[in-house]
Write a protein that binds this ligand. Structure first.
Ligand code: C2E
Ligand code: CA
Ligand code: CA
Length: 413
């Protein structure tokens, strides 16, 4: 029996992924909409096609061979009949599974696949008709449409990707700083560094418009590294320009993408960048999200511990938006809990949200974690949070993220 490929589940969407066919049983017929591809595990499968006058065998497939995949990639009807020769056992791969995998792959690779498939279908049709031009529905209809859309989407993504690569080289990327305030004293406690793209001839672009793409393409790795280095240098600048006499020194928080976790030497790189700028790691906070922990649980564990050992502080960002498993809080070395702004905005209007926030603050406190409420926009929210033991707040009430000059003007000496 052929070995089952590791990455294909035995069951998809509750359906058994293995099927047995009787000798002579039809697996699929020419012209049908194809929803499944198959890998032969045992037995043989005959592929035939109607030529206009007779049914011709086009292939006899053996165990380990794949068939029925074309219709899954381009959504076109089956171009052959498949019949079991003797008893046959097949591993089935359904459309939803393949579409999910194609959606997860790089859009350029997916586009190449669809174009190659459409060309192959054209070629098949030409061979069948013996003429130079593609005929019938081949090259037209749904297949062409679906890849035309892919083409537009991919072209746009590639344009942004190229522009982003240039942006990093030509200093179009900048960090804006948003203050994090001590709600008890009203003092500036630190700030969060947030990416902005000052595109030539365009308005300043926020990270929601380019960070997801940069994460897909991997560009977030050099961008994140640049941001980290810039934060280290700016920390030194803040020390010269912002007076914190009789107060704890300011810190800067920087966001970390899951893609950066793929770098095995991330901690050493960060240590080198901090050392080169003469920045104290204890004043740099690294913000991670629950998604990052869920996607790479084992790696996250060692990476966060190593970052901690190197002296950096770890903040759990957007807490409450993901699965919010409390087990993360004792499983990972987290120093700071950032309560997502969807909670902060509900504390005045929703008693249940207010109870959750109070419970979170109490829990974080007993675990020795500092709490920052994000998205504080109303003085009554700040008052409520302060009254219930939440020490820090960040949000438009205090200030939006500011370019460094404006930040220094507001908070500098
Ligand atoms: P985040 O880490 O949750 O950052 C907080 C976001 O909330 C920021 O949006 C900030 O401008 C916004 N915000 C702050 N106060 C308020 C408020 O009172 N009301 C409202 N409605 N919004 C508020 P921004 O700067 O657009 O950043 C969006 C996201 O982009 C960030 O969410 C973070 O996930 C990501 N991001 C930003 N900079 C970086 C970076 O350097 N690296 C990575 N990997 N991601 C980044
Ligand atoms: Ca953040
Ligand atoms: Ca956040």
């Amino acid at each position: 029996m052929a070995q089952q490929p590791e990455h294909i589940p035995r069951s998809q969407g509750g359906r058994r992924a293995q099927r047995v066919y009787e000798p002579g049983e039809r697996i699929f017929a020419e012209g049908e909409r194809g929803d499944t591809a198959y890998i032969i595990q045992c037995g043989q499968v005959e592929l035939t096609r109607y030529s206009g006058t007779s049914i011709d065998r086009i292939a006899l497939l053996d165990p380990g061979e794949l068939f029925g995949e074309m219709a899954l990639v381009d959504g076109r009807p089956r171009t052959a009949n498949a019949t079991a020769v003797g008893a046959v056992e097949l591993l089935t791969i359904d459309r939803a599974y393949v579409e999910k995998k194609i959606a997860q792959t790089d859009s350029l690779v997916a586009l190449f696949m669809r174009v190659i498939m459409a060309r192959f279908r054209d070629q098949l049709a030409m061979n069948q008709c013996g003429v130079g031009e593609p005929v019938g529905e081949v090259g037209a209809g749904p297949a062409k449409l679906s890849y035309a859309e892919d083409l537009v989407r991919t072209t746009k993504r590639m344009e942004v990707d190229f522009a982003l690569r240039e942006a990093l080289d030509s200093s179009e990327l900048a960090l804006f700083y948003q203050p994090i305030m001590d709600l008890h004293t009203g003092d500036l406690a630190g700030c969060e560094a947030l990416l902005r793209w000052r595109r030539r001839g365009a308005d300043v672009t926020g990270p929601d418009e380019f960070v997801p793409l940069a994460e897909d393409t991997g560009m977030i790795v050099p961008i994140g590294e640049w941001a980290f280095g810039q934060v280290c240098r700016d920390l030194k600048l803040f020390d010269r320009k912002i007076c914190v006499q009789d107060k704890p020194p300011l810190y800067i928080s920087v966001n970390l993408s899951g893609r950066q976790f793929e770098q095995s030497d991330l901690v050493q790189r960060f240590q080198l960048l901090a050392a080169a700028a003469g920045a104290d790691p204890g004043r740099i906070r690294i913000e991670v999200t629950e998604t990052l922990l869920i996607d790479n649980p084992t790696r996250a564990q060692t990476m966060l511990q190593d970052l901690r050992k190197a002296g950096f502080r770890i903040a759990m960002d957007d807490f409450g938006t993901g699965y919010s498993s409390f087990s993360y809080l004792h499983q990972y070395p987290i120093d700071i809990l950032k309560i997502d702004r969807s909670f902060t905005s509900g504390i005045l209007t929703d008693a249940r949200i207010a109870s959750i926030v109070r419970a979170l603050v109490a829990m974080a406190d007993s675990l020795g974690m500092a709490v920052i409420a994000e998205g504080v926009t109303d003085p009554r929210e700040a008052e409520y949070l302060r009254g219930h033991g939440c020490q820090y707040g960040q949000g438009y009430l205090f200030s939006p993220p500011l370019p460094i000059d404006a930040f220094l003007e507001n908070y500098g000496m």
